[in-house]
Design a protein around this ligand. Structure first.
Ligand code: FPP
Length: 225
């Protein structure tokens, strides 16, 4: 969800106000993706590197995230009716106890839902996620449950935050940047990329349609011919 800061700067607003608008876009696009029948969608809300931002900006992002969790809790019945399973990717152990409680609660309440997987990445880093999985495997080896030569791609996959979810088909990156920025590294091995100059708060359903149309035209070979 890139470009919130630049969007705000262009208008003489604070960066936090850019994130407020970005959070609105997140709700709009998340809902639209659900209406289109997209089964799995992930939003990158806060990376492991974003802690380096000024404290007031970090606080504002965490507050927006908390507001969303409150709203998700209030609308739990509605979300369940739509079959939405909410999950959070990343290391939550360093987040506030209130945030962790809400994240655990909402994940648990929606765990039986199967229509839409909505992932929100918070304190997430792709490298850190792979490291987290490797440590779990190392522990199993240490316990004598697994031999090093038996370690499979599935073992690594199963230790990721996304668990059984399929690999990423399409990465949409707004705001003119053309990089992955440590997002879903393992899961994006064969992902298609779509870039746009539109800043995230200005991102519309039409932009989302455009990305999907471009994706439909791609010829995915997965290393074959
Ligand atoms: C990147 O834009 C955006 C972020 C680091 C924060 C995104 C967070 C939200 C939209 C709100 C909280 C999340 C939810 C799920 C409600 P940037 O600040 O790097 O923009 P810039 O590159 O223009 O400076």
């Amino acid at each position: 969800m890139d470009g919130n800061g630049r969007w705000a700067k262009k208008r003489g607003l604070s960066r936090s106000e850019g994130h407020i608008e970005g959070a609105k876009t997140f709700r709009r696009i998340g809902e639209y993706a659900g209406d289109l029948g997209i089964k799995n969608i992930s939003f990158y809300a806060f990376s492991t590197e974003n802690w380096a931002r000024p404290q007031n900006e970090v606080n504002a992002i965490m507050q927006l995230f908390y507001d969303y969790l409150e709203e998700a809790r209030e609308r739990l019945d509605e979300n369940k009716e739509k079959g939405i399973r909410l999950r959070f990717l990343g290391d939550r152990t360093v987040l506030s106890p209130e945030l962790q409680y809400m994240m655990d609660y909402i994940e648990d309440e929606t765990k039986e839902m199967t229509k839409i997987n909505l992932n929100i990445a918070v304190n997430y880093g792709g490298r850190q996620e792979i490291l987290h999985s490797v440590k779990k495997i190392a522990q199993r080896v240490k316990n004598g449950e697994l031999l090093p030569e038996e370690i499979s791609l599935d073992d690594i996959q199963n230790g990721l935050y996304t668990l059984e979810q399929p690999p990423v088909d399409l990465i949409i990156r707004p705001s003119g940047e053309q990089r992955l920025s440590n997002f879903l590294l393992w899961q994006s091995a064969y992902a298609e990329f779509w870039y746009s100059d539109v800043l995230w708060p200005d991102f519309t359903e039409k932009d989302f349609d455009e990305a999907l149309k471009a994706y439909e035209k791609r010829n995915r070979r997965f290393g074959g011919i």
